[in-house]
Design a protein around this ligand. Structure first.
Ligand code: PAF
Length: 288
């Protein structure tokens, strides 16, 4: 696997690969990789002749009180994991390369960032969408791979691809979980042993929602109440939100007609954890 830090070098490379008729798959990440990321990498390798991964902890998507400086970083470990999978190229830029002095252009997100995580993390999705568009322009992929765990991020990027007429196939793959059900996340490493034990409550509460839905419950309030009951019974959790929303615009649903995204976010010690499930559907509902 070749590690490239220079933007022009990647652009020349992908231009040549495209001319040769190669298909390019791309997995953008912030590093500290886990099985969730690797599932995206494997899909890209399966579907494309060449796979690019990027590792860039993007400063513009972190708020001033958030964990940008403490976000876990381990390039050597990540490099070994990616090499093992058979990734062709790793784009590993510096902040200066991505945001040179005088940088002044951002992509604004409307509406879709007004709920769920967007409401709590002001400017977060503006930073995400800006860096993802930059990465797309650098790597010029045919297909790109994201995880369902960040369902709101996935929907916002899918909308950006559509709105800005990018010719990129957008795939969203299922959440990968630990044995006990906790969704894999680089931020799980912030958890103490006690917090780790309670973290599984998110998964349990979503399982309960699925169970109720399967039994025919369609009232969001009822489902929310059962989720909250489980979360409240774990004393270390501080609930940020529990929402049941539609899959297109992320608007709250009173009654679930066919499909719904159930999204939860909690604070647990130093970590803010999110998880979700799609009632009546699956990850394919987030793809383009
Ligand atoms: O999901 C992530 O890791 C990040 O938000 C992304 C998409 C790599 C942009 O920085």
């Amino acid at each position: 696997m070749k590690i490239i830090k220079d933007i022009k070098e990647i652009q020349n490379l992908t231009e040549n690969l495209r001319k040769e008729g190669k298909s390019i798959g791309f997995v953008p990440t912030m590093g500290y990789l886990h099985e969730g990321h690797l599932s995206l990498v494997r899909e890209s390798i399966k579907e494309n002749s060449i796979t690019f991964v990027s590792i860039f902890v993007n400063p513009t998507q972190f708020g001033p009180a958030e964990d940008f400086s403490s976000y876990p970083r381990d390039l050597e470990r990540d490099r070994d994991l990616l090499e093992n999978e058979g990734v062709d190229y790793l784009f590993y830029p510096t902040s200066k390369t991505m945001y040179p002095s005088g940088y002044s252009t951002f992509v604004n997100v409307n509406l879709l960032d007004e709920t769920l995580c967007g409401r709590r993390r002001e400017g977060h999705f503006r930073g995400v969408v800006t860096v993802v568009l930059k990465l797309f322009n650098i790597v010029q992929p045919h297909s790109t791979y994201f995880g369902q765990k960040d369902a709101q991020q996935a929907l916002i990027i899918r909308q950006m691809i559509e709105d800005l007429n990018l010719n990129i196939r957008f795939r969203v793959l299922p959440i990968i979980r630990e044995k006990d059900g906790l969704a894999m996340s680089s931020r799980n490493r912030y958890l103490t042993a006690d917090e780790r034990e309670q973290a599984v409550a998110l998964y349990k509460s979503l399982k309960k929602a699925e169970e109720l839905f399967e039994r025919g419950e369609r009232r969001s309030l009822k489902i929310k109440q059962e989720i909250l009951k489980i979360l409240y019974s774990h004393d270390l959790l501080k609930i940020d939100y529990v929402e049941i929303v539609d899959l297109a615009k992320l608007r709250p649903l009173n009654i679930i007609k066919d499909k719904a995204l159930v999204a939860v976010a909690v604070y647990l010690g130093k970590a803010r954890l999110i998880d979700n499930t799609i009632l009546g559907g699956n990850n394919e509902d987030l793809c383009s």
